[in-house]
Design a protein around this ligand. Structure first.
Ligand SMILES: Nc1ncnc2c1ncn2[C@@H]1O[C@H](COP(=O)(O)OP(=O)(O)OP(=O)(O)O)[C@@H](O)[C@H]1O
Length: 285
């Protein structure tokens, strides 16, 4: 379980990104974090694993207070927190399997990872995870040969290879077509349910969030202004979060039967390796 108590963040520039945010995420619960650009969604997600240092407040993962940890303690705690990114953050020239195994880098130590000597259990686990995310047929393909949806499945398997207690997911579908976005959201929610994993998904697509998650938190100027079920997300609530607008098209129910068959879209955008992953992948690149 994740618990935030009175979390605030003021950047060095004086920008106040979060003000007194308190919330708990139960095991297996997936939270859709919505809000306008600049509301503080990314800051919140990055404060949880202290990629961004909170200015005040406390963060607990189970009984462990993340905010109280030293550098070494934080490195260990980050093993327990899986991250999934909009641009996937894969190492392009490595295979699907190698990318998934990079999720173990926090555990195996530099030299073992440098020589790509992963324990057999880690490799077996990676096969199981690749099967679960539907990539059994692509294990030895290079990441740069995959479609956008397949890349995100690798990103999910890599996060799970860490055996995390929490998933932090930043705009997982922003580079994907509507059908692939639904498949990815469905997969994430199912996996969290199966594993009792709490997750926070930073998401701009309100209709998609409404369709797949059972709890939505709305941020506005760094404050929680809504915390409830998708059904409660009416025009008044959306106006409170985003401001005045005609919301009738946004809160329509997405018609799942309207899905078309076809290949996953490949967003084709340049991959970025996030700072945390770059650090972890030092042994592989
Ligand atoms: N590194 C930084 N230094 C200074 N201010 C920052 C920094 N990162 C974010 N901010 C500011 O903090 C506030 C919240 O930004 P944040 O990126 O968390 O919002 P967001 O809801 O994730 O936005 P978006 O949906 O556009 O990604 C904004 O005012 C932003 O300008």
């Amino acid at each position: 379980m994740l618990r935030l108590e009175g979390l605030s963040k003021v950047y060095g520039t004086g920008d106040r990104a979060l003000t007194d945010v308190s919330l708990s995420v139960e095991p297996g619960q997936v939270i859709g974090l919505i809000g306008p650009s600049g509301a503080g969604k990314s800051t919140l997600i990055r404060c949880v694993n202290r990629l961004v240092e909170p200015t005040s407040g406390k963060i607990f993962l189970g009984d462990l207070e993340i905010t109280g940890l030293s550098r070494g303690g934080l490195r260990q705690a980050r093993r327990r927190i899986g991250m999934i990114f909009q641009e996937y953050a894969l190492v392009e020239r490595l295979t699907v399997m190698e990318n998934v195994l990079s999720g173990r880098l926090g555990y195996v130590g530099f030299w073992r990872s440098f020589f790509r000597k992963f324990p057999p259990e880690a490799i077996e686990n990676a096969y199981r995870l690749l099967d679960r995310v539907g990539l059994s047929a692509h294990v030895n393909k290079r990441a740069d040969a995959l479609s956008g949806g397949q890349r995100q499945r690798v990103g999910i398997a890599r996060a799970l290879e860490q055996d995390p207690d929490l998933l932090l997911i930043d705009e997982p579908t922003a580079s994907l077509d509507p059908k692939t976005s639904r498949q990815i959201m469905r997969l994430i929610v199912e996996i969290c349910d199966e594993r009792g994993l709490p997750a926070i998904i930073n998401i701009h697509d309100v209709a998609l969030a409404q369709q797949f998650v059972r709890r939505i938190i709305g941020l506005q100027a760094g404050k929680v202004v809504f915390d409830g079920s998708p059904d409660e997300l009416d025009a008044d609530v959306l106006t409170r979060i985003y401001g005045e607008e005609d919301w009738s098209a946004t809160i329509r129910k997405v018609d799942e039967d309207g899905e078309e068959d076809g290949e996953d879209d490949d967003a084709g955008s340049e991959e970025h390796v996030a700072a945390l992953d770059r650090e972890r992948m030092a042994g592989l690149t």
